[in-house]
Ligand binder design. Sequence first.
Ligand code: ARG
Length: 620
Amino acid sequence: WQKNQKKKKNKKDTGDVDSGSLVIDAEQTQLLEQASAQAQPFSKHQAMVTPATRSDFGDFQVNAAMGLAQALQLNPRECAQQIMTRLRPKIADVMEEPEIAGPGFVNLRFKTDYLTATVAAMANDASGRLALPAVAQKQKIVVDFSSPNIAKEMHVGHLRSTIIGDTLCRVLEFVGHDVVRLNHVGDWGTQFGMLVEHLRDEFPEALQPSQNPVDLGDLVVLYKAAKKRFDEDDEFKVRAREGVVKLQAGQPEELAAWETLCAASRVEFEKIYRMLNIQGLQERGESFYNPYLKDVVDELKAKGMAVESDGATVIYIDGYTNRDGSPLPMIVQKSDGGFNYATTDLAAIRQRTLLLSDEGGEQADRVLYVTDAGQSQHFEMVFQAAKQAGFAPTHARLEHVPFGLVQGEDGKKFATRSGETVKLKDLLHEAVKRAGHDLRSRNAATANVAYLEQIDRIAHIVGIGAVKYADLSMNRESNYRFSYDRMLSLNGNTAPYMLYSYARICGIVRKGSGQADDAVLEWPSSADIVISHETELELMRNLVRLPDVIAEVERDLYPHKICDYLFETSQKFNQFYEHCSVNQAETPELKASRLTLCVATAGTLRLLLNLLGIEVVERL
Ligand code: ARG
């Protein structure tokens, strides 16, 4: 328990009540907290509630007694007794009589009536929401994700950001929040000077405003060529510097060249988004904030936060130092007058959280930034500066959602065999190709023409799903090793395994309810649930945890919790199915009851896979 406590201390304080690694659903948590709050001095110590460490202990355990006992110099079992007394009336509808175990854990177990009623309601909800209500307090949440850079390669880091960001958006939207998906593309900055000047020489037609996009060829090649000239040719360097100034001043030729570059990049990005089925992502790049940067710096100066240092304008944030202990400056205006990444992020925070009439402010309650962990310090400093400067109201939550590196199978830098960077398009195509190959070889003997016609579509779902799931099933903060073999494996916590589990349940339901093999499945309506075997109970105890899992992801933003839960659910289902035949059930009531369990399980898998951006298929 103490180990647990230490871990929790390191965890970022989200401002929420500390309820352990979670919890009973929101309503029940509240009940528990009220219960402990009613009794002084218990109010100071929240009732840490976690899922039971072993299922024979029950469903949840209250872990607060030991800590309380230590703090209050009491006997832990006595504390547990007190917690139990206060808890009992609050949870009586849902939980069996609480039990004290070990040094002072309070074990809680769902009542069977509660389980059967809840699961039947889940199975009966034709909307696909599994009877989960939308949140009462709707928030406006901006999610800044994907955010590749114009004229540069969209790399595997952007792929991670895109996949994780998209899932978080889907979860938050499902919960009932108002989500704004923003693509903060890198479309501004000094590099555009050299690109524009390079275009002037190589693609002069790109400097004329026109409806027809100019084909610039491979943008990465173009970027490298421009960079080479910039590094080697002094005269070109001078032109590039002037080019930026002209662009910033809105000169028509430079602006046209810049737009040509953005349009060409956009075409490339769109291909990736289409393959990944990323929807609703609005491009609002760095250039959007350009008109507000000067004002931001002026305001920082007026507030006394920004100061002059070696010709640049910088701010110092408490607690951030260089290695040698000297204060670490955050530059907001360079000595040549240019603004940078941090300035843009400060302007963006102001625009996203405040209501500014001239900037179309979003007034978000929460802003998430999904980028690699390497940018953590940048965001910490920017958030702190923004709060201090009043660019964000105090209630607004600014959260960096960091993720680790994508590595090759060998744990080294992710690259092709010849050492080049892997193009995302190639990577996604490869996954789809391998999935298709696999499907064809396994279904070679199938005579089902309708199925064979679908195989390309299914290969796309499995291949792209595998890439997404492999990424999302890892704790996002760890580095992640990319392996086609592992992600496409039918065994383990993978997309193919989950998709097969779903299709298998569809098959069971189809057969059990006498539906034709090739028709679209109709889900039978709920029957009363009758329990005949322990594994039915175990499955239900798992199914009713769905709202907790979603609430946890809403709060802590770790999508792998969804994958863990998906895997557990399918395992519980397998155990159930091993012991409880649906088609050969002893009575019609039992058969109907088991079909209802199948429907609730399938609904859970489908909902969660959809939240991960993975479509399901009824046949695989
Ligand atoms: N373009 C940046 C990159 O490629 C990511 C931008 C993230 N968003 C932000 N508001 N800074 O790393």
